[in-house]
Ligand binder design. Sequence first.
Ligand code: SF4
Length: 111
Amino acid sequence: MSKTSNSRRVFMLHVACGGAALATSTAFAADPVSTEKLTEADPYAKSMGFRLDTTKVDKAKFPRHTAEQKCSTCQLFSGAPGAEWGPCSFFGGRLVNKDGWCRNFKVKKAA
Ligand code: SF4
């Protein structure tokens, strides 16, 4: 085998290993994005009065709730503007509906 051929082989090996290492590090560096939708049946969600539709909140149980309070206007919601579902940091990044609500609602501060 010639010296040039051997150098080329070593170079290709380095490229292959570097690519694999980069792909691996990228996979571990990315933030975990949950694709799990929070349900009303979830025990913790239930204890927080979570509803998928803010208009269905129990007024007797949560007298300070208003119809304007919904996940899309909560500071813990990080869904894209107009998105139907988005992550809620309070529920570990699980997806909540933009029209949902729970008793931990915190009005989103103006940017
Ligand atoms: S904390 Fe906010 S975004 Fe999360 S479920 Fe409750 S109201 Fe919705």
